[in-house]
Structures are given as structure tokens and as C-alpha cells.
Design a protein around this ligand. Structure first.
Ligand SMILES: C[S@@+](CC[C@H](N)C(=O)[O-])C[C@H]1O[C@@H](n2cnc3c(N)ncnc32)[C@H](O)[C@@H]1O
Length: 501
């Protein structure tokens, strides 16, 4: 009789999957992992786990595991806005740099059953001024079953659900219940079995691609593996090359090597002219190195501000009596201590918040938390130009700071630039999908600008987010309004549509 894996074995299996394939499984998936381990371990889990742990590159085993563990949902023209940004912006800009007429090199990382790379091949054929000769598409995935399906290129109506009848007729031939992709399109994509969690020199050669699509893949990776994969993509992209992630995925906390791009109602990234590694090799002189801004640490970064302020704000009430009076003889801070400044913000004493910030030791002048708090205080006190300046300084250090985009939006809105404000609020909400106040402002502005359906959807979402929003973040960004008041505002906005929650 086959022995069930022990819980210790399942935990080790989870660790090894993260290490070898990059995939993350939370505690709710332990039952699934136990079943897969029982199947693959075939009665000898310890031996199987040792092989996974110690074999230099147990490819066969990993491929079989990938077939059982990966999520492979995909379809043609998924997130059409990104495909438009690809053909109308990324492709022309890369094509222009290929003066000798060589094709734009595209990598589809995590291509599943081929719908995504084939979409790109169709899209360039459909686009004015491009064409089949303009691209060279390489598509990779770890799941062998998906790659076989991609090579067959026969698809169900479900996969083609975003395509109208004319597009179907142009690019597919009916084959019973299925649609077979035309041979000319099939030929323009090369599929390969590759593991994105590996340092694979051939796949990730420096400057090998102009555009990388890695959509809906990193969301299944552990943060550390996602960070490593993005670093490989950054190195493999030419400077100025483009990276498309899934529409709900961001590089926040994963990389500083890209600019955030926003066009065609979607977000994507452009690789900076120099990666951090390249900047280091350009400036080995320690004096130069010192001149470069120290970027904040990754991974912990999104949590850092929240932690600082959460701890501080929790203590604002309990420590209020113990906090030394303003201008009193508080002992000089040994670390970054924003409690006093936060307390002033909480009490809407913006001038004093700024005084507190200005009294911090000079080494904190460019600290991201300090810059953000400064930007908030300045915007609240009406000093919009200075607030914008603080935001831009913060964005120069961390382009993916949702808070900086949010405060910029507040400034734009305050100056009556509603379209610009909406764009900045959308960036903030994209970078941090749980950001209730950004979502609330988006809904309010959309309603004001007559985008009724979108406003209704965003306000409904804001209402849910507001109930769970971190108190520290409400304190910082809520403009002095408590949660109940913000919820009431959101409900009133929804009620204007005749559907109070
Ligand atoms: C949800 S699909 C995304 C397909 C397509 N990119 C899209 O957005 O429609 C995720 C794909 O990533 C692949 N994948 C997951 N981990 C991988 C790894 N370590 N190496 C290569 N591919 C991987 C899976 O096999 C799966 O086909």
C-alpha cells in the first residue's frame, strides 16, 4: 500500500518547488501538494525529495511537476489594451532602433499553450507599418503538455472568445469543433521548454530581447524568485526595451530597473538605460558610487512604510501623554523616528509636522518615508508646488511608490487638472491594488467626468477596500477624515447612482 506523505515531507516538498520552479503554495494548498507528492514520489517520498534537493538539474522530474502544478489559463488577445500598446508604441519604438531592418526580438516567458505569442504574431500582421518580418518571437514555458498544445495550434472557441468573426476567418481554419491557426502564423513562433527559475545563460543572454512578455506568471512565484526572474529579464532586455506583466501584476518591491509606462489605459514597463549592475560597473570609483542615490531595499520595501507608520500610529494614542512637547527637550533620535511628526499630522498641525521633519538628522532628508510624509503635509497645507517637488524627489528614488503617485494626484486635483489627477490616482491604484483612498478618488473623479459605468465599479470597490484599509494609511492619506466619514462619502457617491450600499 502506498504510504501517504508526512506533513514534514509535504513542507519540504513545498520548499523544493519554490527553489526549483519558483512557485509559491500557501497553506491552503498543502492538500494538493500532498496528492502530487504521493503521485510523483511513487511510494518512496524520501528518495524522491532527496533527488529533487540534490540532483544538479532534475529536468525530467521538474517538467512532470510543472505539468501538475502550474496554472495555465490563457486566451487570444488577453488584455487587448496591452496588445494595442505593444503594436502602437513598443513595436514602432523598437523597430525604429533596428536600422538594418533586423526583426524586433520578443520573448514570451510563460507562454502556456501558445495563445499569447500567437496573438503577438497576429497583431503585428494586423498593424499598419509592421508585418511578419518585423518580429522574431521566442516562447518558453516549463509545462511540456502546454508546449505540445502550442505546437498543435488547434484551439477551442473558448480560447478565441475575444476575437470577432472576421479575425477568426483571417487567421484560423475550421477543423471540426476546433480552429486551426494558419501555418504562416504558426511558423513565426519558436517554442522551447525552459524554466524561468533558473540562471540559464542562453535564455537570459545580456541584451538578447527588445520586448519581454511575462504576463500572469510572476504572481505564482515566491517574492524572492519573482525578484530574481525580473533581474534576469532586466539584464536580458536592451536599454529602453519593454516589459509587459499581467494587468494586475506590478514590479513594486521587485525591481528598480524599469520606468513605469501608462498608455492605452494599461500599464507596462520600460527598462532604464542602465541597470543597477551596469551603473556599478560604470562607476567603480567610490566617490561616484556615493553620489548615486542609495535605493531602498527590495522585498521589504512595500511593507516598510506601513510598518513604521502602523507602529507609530498605534502608539500615537497610547504614547500621547509620554510624547515630549513640541520644541521640548526630546532626546535626539538615534534612528528614524517619525512619531512626533505623525502625531502632528494626526492633529492636522501641518506646519508643525514640517518643523518636525526639518528637525530630523540630515541623513534622513531623502529617506522615502520622510519624503512621503513631507509631501502629504505640504499638500494638506496647500503648498502644492513644494508637495509636488517632494513627490518627484521620492519618485526619482522609487518610481513605483504608490503614495507618491497618490499625493501627486491630490495636487493635480487641487489645481483643477482632473484628467492628470485621474491618471496619477490610477497609477497609485495599479501599484497598490488595496489602496482604498486612491480607488475612492478614481470613482469620484470618474463620476464627475461622466464615466458612469467605471465610476460605479470603482466606488463599489472602494467601499469594500475602505472597510479593510490599514488604519495607519487612513491616518496618513485620509486628509483627517476617519474611516466612517470616508465610507459615508463613498456611500453618498454611490447613492447618487440610486444604489446606496
Ligand atoms: C497563467 S499562465 C500565463 C499564460 C500567458 N502568459 C497569459 O498571460 O495568458 C502561466 C504559465 O507560466 C508557466 N510557468 C510557471 N512557472 C514556470 C517556470 N518556473 N518556468 C517556466 N514557465 C513557468 C506555467 O506553466 C503556465 O503555462
Amino acid at each position: 500500500m502506498i504510504r501517504e506523505p508526512t506533513s514534514g515531507e509535504v513542507m519540504l516538498f513545498r520548499e523544493l518547488i519554490a527553489k526549483r520552479l519558483g512557485l509559491e503554495f500557501d497553506d491552503t494548498k498543502l492538500g494538493q501538494l500532498a496528492r502530487v507528492l504521493a503521485l510523483h514520489g511513487a511510494g518512496n517520498c524520501p528518495r524522491y525529495l532527496t533527488m529533487l534537493e540534490t540532483a544538479p538539474e532534475p529536468l525530467e522530474a521538474l517538467h512532470r511537476l510543472a505539468a501538475d502544478l502550474t496554472v495555465t489559463e490563457t486566451y487570444f488577445y488577453r488584455n487587448v489594451e496591452q496588445i494595442q500598446a505593444f503594436t502602437e508604441l513598443a513595436m514602432p519604438s523598437c523597430w525604429q532602433t533596428h536600422e538594418n531592418g533586423s526583426p524586433v526580438r520578443i520573448l514570451c516567458a510563460g507562454c502556456a499553450s501558445g495563445e499569447e505569442p500567437y496573438t503577438l504574431a497576429i497583431a503585428v500582421r494586423e498593424a499598419v507599418g509592421l508585418g511578419a518580418h518585423s518580429v522574431d518571437i521566442r516562447a518558453v514555458d516549463a509545462n511540456p503538455a502546454m508546449l505540445e498544445k502550442a505546437a498543435r495550434a488547434r484551439y477551442s472557441a473558448w480560447s478565441l472568445r475575444e476575437l470577432g468573426p472576421e479575425m477568426r476567418a483571417r487567421w484560423f481554419v475550421r477543423d471540426g469543433d476546433m480552429s486551426a491557426l494558419r501555418e504562416s502564423v504558426r511558423r513565426s513562433v519558436v517554442f522551447e521548454q525552459r524554466n524561468l527559475a533558473l540562471d540559464d545563460d542562453e535564455l537570459w543572454g545580456v541584451g538578447r530581447y527588445d520586448i519581454v512578455f511575462c504576463r500572469n506568471v510572476l504572481m505564482y512565484f515566491t517574492p524572492a524568485q519573482a525578484q530574481a526572474a525580473v533581474a534576469r529579464m532586466a539584464a536580458a532586455l536592451v536599454p529602453g526595451g519593454y516589459l509587459f506583466l499581467g494587468h494586475a501584476e506590478t514590479l513594486r518591491g521587485l525591481s528598480h530597473e524599469f520606468h513605469l509606462c501608462h498608455s492605452h489605459a494599461t500599464f507596462y514597463y520600460q527598462r532604464r538605460q542602465h541597470t543597477r549592475e551596469e551603473r556599478r560597473s560604470v562607476a567603480p570609483n567610490p566617490l561616484n558610487a556615493r553620489a548615486m542615490p542609495q535605493l531602498p531595499p527590495l522585498l521589504d520595501e512595500p511593507r516598510r512604510w506601513g510598518d513604521v507608520i502602523a507602529r507609530a500610529s498605534e502608539r500615537i494614542h497610547t504614547l500621547a501623554a509620554a510624547v515630549p512637547p513640541l520644541g521640548g527637550d526630546a532626546t535626539a533620535p538615534t534612528g528614524l523616528d517619525l512619531r512626533q511628526a505623525l502625531k502632528c499630522l494626526h492633529e492636522e498641525q501641518f506646519e508643525q509636522t514640517l518643523t518636525q521633519i526639518n528637525q530630523l538628522p540630515p541623513q534622513y532628508a531623502d529617506d522615502p518615508d520622510v519624503l512621503l510624509l513631507k509631501a502629504v503635509s505640504l499638500s494638506q497645507s496647500g503648498a502644492l508646488v513644494l508637495a509636488q517637488d517632494a513627490c518627484l524627489r521620492l519618485l526619482a528614488r522609487d518610481e513605483l511608490s504608490a503614495g507618491a503617485h497618490y499625493v501627486l494626484a491630490l495636487c493635480e486635483e487641487e489645481s483643477g487638472s482632473y484628467a492628470e489627477a485621474l491618471e496619477c490616482y490610477r497609477s497609485a491604484a495599479y501599484l497598490d491594488p488595496g489602496f482604498a483612498l486612491a480607488r475612492l478618488h478614481i470613482g469620484v473623479l470618474e463620476r464627475r467626468m461622466g464615466e458612469t459605468a467605471a465610476a460605479r465599479r470603482d466606488l463599489a470597490q472602494a467601499l469594500v477596500l475602505l472597510q479593510h484599509e490599514d488604519p495607519a494609511r487612513l491616518l496618513l492619506f485620509g486628509g483627517g477624515f476617519p474611516r466612517s466619514a470616508l465610507i459615508a462619502l463613498c456611500q453618498a457617491e454611490l447613492a447618487a447612482f440610486g444604489e446606496a450600499a
